[in-house]
Design a protein around this ligand. Sequence first.
Ligand code: PGA
Length: 263
Amino acid sequence: MRRKLVAGNWKMHLTAAEAAATVESFIDAVELRTEVEVVLCPSYLSIAKVKELTRGKNVQVGAQDVFWLPKGAFTSHVSAPMIAAAGCTFCIVGHSETRGRFGKLEIPEETVCNFGATDRTVNLKIGALLEQGIHPILCVGETQVERDAQMTDAIITTQIAKALDGHDPDELTELVVAYEPVWAIGTGNVCDTAEAERVCGLVRAVLGEVIGDERAENCRVLYGGSVKAANARELFAQPNIDGGLVGGASLDPKEFAAIVASA
Ligand code: PGA
């Protein structure tokens, strides 16, 4: 039986002081139950504070990204041993924003290189996280143009296969995959429930091909993209949707508590 998981991705929001206030309000508002795993992914600068405030509570802390080498002359980057030492037990990898794929924001060509995650670096990051015993939350998803061109299933299949290539299937039972259609992120255009369930089922089938059906049955598959309290219950009730990766709505403590209650 898979445990539901609800993760909040705070992206580039909240200073450490604001993060602390948000966590405190969230803990006051939420009813934490053992059947639901809750993960907060603040900015690197707030991880220590969020960890301190959630100690002893049923709330895990995750990072939003990681570099794949353990240490070295890589100015600005943060390694898996560093986030493990800070108490992170989860880490998002391959989010469409780190891949330079945005739902509604057009970015100028000359800045695309700042969002450099590729299938290859996502693969390396997963290896670095597994080595530290951190659960990767692998994000996959198609853009609107790719959906319109009927490429959704091919994109999902390729992103998963390339991300997992070469990793030990036994270690990959720690993996969480989030289906996040790029066009649904931050746009208010939530994916239709039946379609979200269909693609999450496809994610599990592809996982089955790569790591074996039995292991795939134990992996959590999340939906992400404009999840809010009003649509979470229906989404999370689907057989292949084990919870959500929540962006904007996770910044509002009451709204996020209501989403957790839906799981
Ligand atoms: P959203 O973001 O909930 O604001 O759409 C989801 C995500 O990017 O993980």
